[in-house]
Design a protein around this ligand. Sequence first.
Ligand code: MN
Length: 437
Amino acid sequence: MRQINETHDIQLTSWVTCANQDSDFPIQNLPFAIFRRKGIDEAWRGGVAIGKQVLDMAAVAQANVFGGQAQIAAQAAAQSKLNDLMDLGVEANGELRLALSRALREGSDKQSTLETMLVPQSEVEYSLPCHIGDYTDFYTSIYHATAVGKLFRPDNPLLPNYKWVPIGYHGRSSTIGVSGQTFHRPVGQTKAPDAGEPSVGPCKRLDYELEMGLYIGKSTQMGENIAIDDAEDHLFGVCIFNDWSARDIQAWEYQPLGPFLAKNFASTVSPWIVTMEALAPYRASFAHPESDPQPLPYLDSEENTKAGGLDIDLECLIQTSGMRELEQPATLLSRSNFKHSYWTPAQLVTHHASNGCAMRSGDLLGSGTQSGPEQEEAGSLLELSQGGKVPITLPNGEQRTFLADGDCIVMRASCSKEDAARIGFGEVVSTVLPSTS
Ligand code: MN
């Protein structure tokens, strides 16, 4: 687990002065994305967010600004995908973070060099930050699992394995897109409860899922396991993740093998990856309630209990096409926090590799919908509308049980506490287009 060090010092300020004023990206954050300038046919490369600017890592690497391991990591960050940077592991990434922090600090002698390597965020576009070879989605909110279980199986909401084993399924990476993604309402096979036979048509119960995405760092080989206290050495960082879901398709298809076409038509990541090191001040203790089964030994450690969780505030907003036409901003649907998760990131990594499954840098682990303990903290419309029975009324009078065409979902995440700098994840924005059929 990464330790707090000089890069987290709340007193640090940057010569990029907009970073010092209520920004998601102060000098204590330093997240990575893949970007290029909009409207110019130039190469994608890595960038680091600082205030409202992007530090161009291709320029930094080429100018040989840093030495040693930091320079090697800067070269990896200059590529069109971040997989090589992720695979370098904790030490080299730590060296790069330290070098970036020192170079961007007020008073740095590198200011005049780096000043020429900044691009305003308003002038850039983003691509997927890495090649996502494999995508696995977990189910780590017991509140979400219980609420959804009640809707799908009223007599048996939480299955007996839930408290023993991190539940997950293998998704597809082919339809994961970056913020700004649009997609057509999926078409699928569904069966209404009172219908004799299923029918095929546009999804009627389209939903979002408010999730965190965990990117694998250092790769492992097939046959290798990852001990719980080493698990975070294999995690690079965290993004916001909207895992779109077609509830009517899901309800008909999910037994006995689990989610399939209800889940693989689109999923959207935020462009910025906040590194595990940046999150060091925002660790949370982990415990299952005393009355619940305790984690089996391979999923248990002192360190994981003490600080395995992450305290990340999450919020989900909607902007309907009607609101967009009137230039009304997105309105809040719910707030939650990643610390409510029933399993920690380390437990997910350790469990995933416990059978010898190879983990590769850039692989994405979805946390599962992060619903909190209260009904209003639900991370999906399925829960907020109680299975579509109770419509939500938006401030402009529009109502929703599930998503309508033109709806845009915005998710944000941030960390704040008294003795640390507030850091944010930016946002993930994506819009539903009408079905093509
Ligand atoms: Mn999901």
